[in-house]
Structure formats: C-alpha cells, structure tokens
Design a protein around this ligand. Structure first.
Ligand SMILES: [Zn+2]
Length: 283
C-alpha cells in the first residue's frame, strides 16, 4: 500500500498538474519521475497525466495528495478534446509578468502558459510575453481588439466546447494553409503566403521579413507575434460566416486548393445543422 504524502503543497491558481508534481518532488528531494512512480505508477509520464488524466487516476491522486479529485482534474487538459491537443505546447512558451512567480524554485507553470490560442493571461487579463522576450511586439497592434474577440472564440471552443456556426480552432488551422498570391512573387517565396494573408493584408509584409515559418495546420502554434494576426483572422471569418470561407477557396491553388476546399466544405456543410437565428444574434 502506497503511503499518502504527509505534507501537501497548495496548488497555485491555474497550475498545471505536472508543475504541482514537480514542486512536491523538489520538496521531498526526489525526482519528478520518482514522485510519479509513487503516486501514479501506471502513468507513462507527467505529460500524459496533464493531457489524458481520467477520473480513476484523479481519484487515486486525490487520495495520495489529500485533495479533491475535481481539483486534480482542473489542473489538467482533460476537459480539452484530443484533436485540440495540437494547440497545446509541450513546454511553457509564454508568461504573464503580473502572475509569473520567478522567485519560486521550481517556478510554477500555469496551464495557460502552454495554450497556443492565448495572447492574454487567463488569470489577470494582462498581455502575455514570449519566454525570454521582454519587449512587446507591435506588428499587429491595430488588430488587437478583434484578436481579443478571436481569443475568446478559440478559448470557448477549446476549454468549454462552445462555438457558433463552426469551430474557431478548425478555422485557425484552415487559415494557416498555403495561398496563391496575385501577382505571383519572384523566386521561391511562395511559402510566405498563407490564406490568413487574404483576411489580414498586413501579414504578407511581416512575413516578408521572416526567413522561415514553421506553423502549419498540423502544427498550428504560432509565436505571440503572429498569433494576434491569426486570432483576428478567425474573428473576421467567424463574424462573416460561411460565405467568406467560400471566397477564400479562390485564394488557393492545386493540391492546396483541394485540401482547403475539402476542409472548408466540411465546415460549411455543418452550418446547415446549426440554428441560423442564433448566428445573427452573435454577430
Ligand atoms: Zn496574469
């Protein structure tokens, strides 16, 4: 019979379960892996607990750590659908200067630090900063207000499974697909052009300064700089409705067009199952 931990540290607001585990490991002077083996020996990794904790594991942990099982579940991403896990970073990529506890050792990690759809702190509403970067990026400040609406749309979709005529997270993935610009650029610069640029025209100029751009529909986590543009683009398309998706099909070509059309037609078809009067109220 494994022993219940004699001392339990209180979790910080929105703290991630693996972070809480790691702080207990430091307190008891053991490795996080040893702590995991003691408390939840069947779990393959701390990351697996963060992503896929089930009710049984939560109950087991709650007994070991003298805490309510629902509180354990709230420290994980178990409320988030599996396809959306691709929007959750593997390590913290952002922090809020108001809420970051840099004097703690180890520094607690909040759930929101891994979310690829946030530009503001879910606790205090402050602007997030990229880890290791102190100065804010002003590339897309003119879109900030609409980006905040996009952030709420994506957050409601991810955290609460609430959306209007389509999934904003699926819209975000579509907007990262390749686009064909007119006129065609010289050289091999086509990788810079995304469907998002047809919605946010300033994107092409900012992308022109980049030497690479790795986010794509399969790996949709953008730096905070480009995330503002993506969230604003999602909000524009969501507000405009399915007709805008049809219009965007005309900005794609060849294999990319087939993929974009297939995915966007799927989203448009779903709108027929949706009650349109509600859509009007949301707009
Ligand atoms: Zn904050």
């Amino acid at each position: 019979m494994r022993q219940r931990l004699p001392v339990t540290l209180p979790p910080f607001p929105d703290e991630l379960l693996s972070s809480w585990f790691t702080r207990h490991a430091a307190f008891y002077a053991v490795s996080p892996e040893d702590m995991l083996r003691h408390c939840s020996p069947e779990a393959p990794s701390l990351r697996a607990l963060d992503l896929n904790l089930n009710r049984g594991q939560a109950t087991q942990l709650s007994e070991m750590l003298s805490i309510d099982p629902n509180a354990v579940l709230r420290m994980t991403f178990s409320n988030i659908r599996k396809p959306i896990h691709r929007f959750i970073a593997k390590a913290p990529m952002q922090r809020c200067s108001n809420c970051y506890l840099e004097d703690s050792d180890p520094v607690p990690i909040r759930r929101g630090q891994l979310f690829g759809w946030r530009i503001t702190c879910s606790l205090c509403g402050g602007m997030l900063r990229s880890i290791g970067q102190n100065d804010p990026d002003n590339s897309f400040t003119q879109y900030f207000d609409i980006a905040l609406r996009g952030e709420k749309l994506l957050n409601d979709d991810a955290e609460h499974n609430i959306c209007s005529w389509t999934s904003p997270l699926e819209l975000a993935r579509l907007l990262l697909m390749r686009r064909i610009p007119h006129p065609l650029p010289r050289g091999d610069d086509l990788w810079r052009f995304r469907v998002l640029g047809a919605v946010i025209p300033d994107l092409d100029n900012v992308m022109g300064q980049e030497t690479s751009f790795t986010p794509c529909p399969k790996r949709p986590i953008l730096s905070l700089r480009f995330r503002t543009a993506l969230l604003a683009g999602v909000a524009f398309v969501e507000r405009s409705g399915p007709e805008m998706l049809r219009m965007l099909q005309g900005h794609t070509f060849g294999h990319n067009r087939n993929n974009f059309k297939k995915e966007s037609d799927r989203l448009i078809a779903r709108t027929f199952e949706w009650d349109s009067p509600k859509q009007m109220q949301l707009i």
